[in-house]
Design a protein around this ligand. Structure first.
Ligand SMILES: NC(=O)c1ccc[n+]([C@@H]2O[C@H](COP(=O)([O-])OP(=O)(O)OC[C@H]3O[C@@H](n4cnc5c(N)ncnc54)[C@H](OP(=O)(O)O)[C@@H]3O)[C@@H](O)[C@H]2O)c1
Length: 312
């Protein structure tokens, strides 16, 4: 079996490459940067390919492609997101026309303006998003759904992926710590579905190599957790002597709008620590129903666990 992995230089794609290589599967990894450490991709063949530039001219024959490449931030011009996340996805689809297409999407395709409560797959995509990330990932899903009429394709929707090599969640939580305080929003009792990198890799492998080659699936840890429990566990595991302090969304949301406005006016390329998108993900319930993945893919996730986070 041969599998191509895009986003191989990133957090998720690298983990997928390593897991496939460990199982003796031939892997062709692609990332935008010119090189990666051999260990990051588990010794897989690695090539640089900017997916916005068009389909790959000399794509190898593979059985499946796991598409992890994406612009993964909540900040930046909308066109940039669409170029990478939509046009890039179309170019990956075109490069491997006969391969099973495993599309790593996101739970950000659910309606950001209301809580996500045990969301079923049919509840997204929707018609409104807070930023270019959600909108472009939804557009990419629509492109993959259209392709599904003619080819085998699986869409996976993880939420808040964490684990060794995490480029998004853990760094953001830790960078928010101010002395003995981790400012947070809501009351801490909001339930949230998190996804360990091991669970996401498990789902990617089932989608790429398993008997079911079509469908849309939420992917998360075995059960949701309370935000407060998760934050305290992360801090404890990292040995950070701080505690979450909760502020009401009604106060923080307008503040985030002002901060974003200032960053936009100053043409800052880096996101502010506080964005309305990030608040939307933390302040209210964000839980996913993962029964379809369990039933159809045979997905058996482990519970949320931050053990070992000190080394991440
Ligand atoms: N992390 C999360 O919490 C999370 C949650 C839900 C869904 N997801 C989805 O998971 C996927 C992977 O995310 P991640 O966390 O692994 O992000 P990441 O660590 O930032 O990795 C992104 C990958 O995409 C590649 N990439 C970006 N622009 C590209 C371009 N124009 N051409 C080719 N490659 C490009 C990057 O390559 P270079 O680094 O070489 O530039 C990198 O390999 C994304 O599709 C994201 O939407 C992530």
């Amino acid at each position: 079996m041969k599998i191509a992995v895009t986003g191989a230089s990133g957090f998720v794609g690298g983990a997928v490459c390593r897991a496939l290589a460990e199982r003796g599967i031939a892997v062709h990894g692609y990332g935008r940067r010119s090189t990666v450490a051999v260990g990051h991709v588990g010794g897989a063949v690695y090539r640089s390919w900017d997916v916005t530039r068009g389909p790959l001219g000399d794509a190898p024959q593979v059985d499946a492609v796991v598409h992890c490449a994406g612009s993964v931030t909540d900040w930046g011009p909308v066109e940039g997101f669409f170029r990478t996340n939509l046009d890039g996805t179309r170019n990956v689809l075109a490069s491997f026309p006969s391969a099973r297409f495993v599309h790593v999407s996101t739970a950000s395709v659910y309606d950001p303006y209301r809580p996500t409560v045990a969301a079923r797959e049919s509840e997204a995509p929707v018609g409104r998003y807070v930023n270019g990330y959600g909108a472009s990932k939804a557009a990419a899903e629509r492109a993959v759904l259209a392709a599904m009429r003619e080819r085998s394709a699986v869409i996976l929707r993880p939420h808040a992926v964490y684990g060794p090599g995490d480029t998004t969640l853990l760094p953001r939580v830790l960078s928010a710590v101010r002395g003995p305080i981790l400012p947070a929003v809501g009351d801490g009792c909001q339930r949230i579905s998190l996804t360990s990198i091991d669970n996401l890799v498990r789902a990617c492998l089932l989608a790429a190599c398993g008997p079911v080659g079509e469908g849309v699936f939420n992917v998360a840890d075995a059960a949701p957790v309370l935000l407060d429990d998760a934050l305290r566990e992360i801090l404890a595991e990292r040995g950070v002597r701080a505690r979450p302090v909760y502020l009401p969304l009604a106060v923080v949301h307008p503040l985030a709008a002002v901060v974003e406005g200032l960053f936009l006016a100053a043409r800052r390329s880096r996101p502010p620590r506080l964005t309305r998108y990030a608040l939307g993900h933390l302040a209210v319930e964000r839980t996913l129903d993962i029964s379809a993945a369990r039933r159809d893919l045979g997905y058996e996730p482990a519970p949320t666990c931050f053990t070992g986070a000190a080394e991440w």
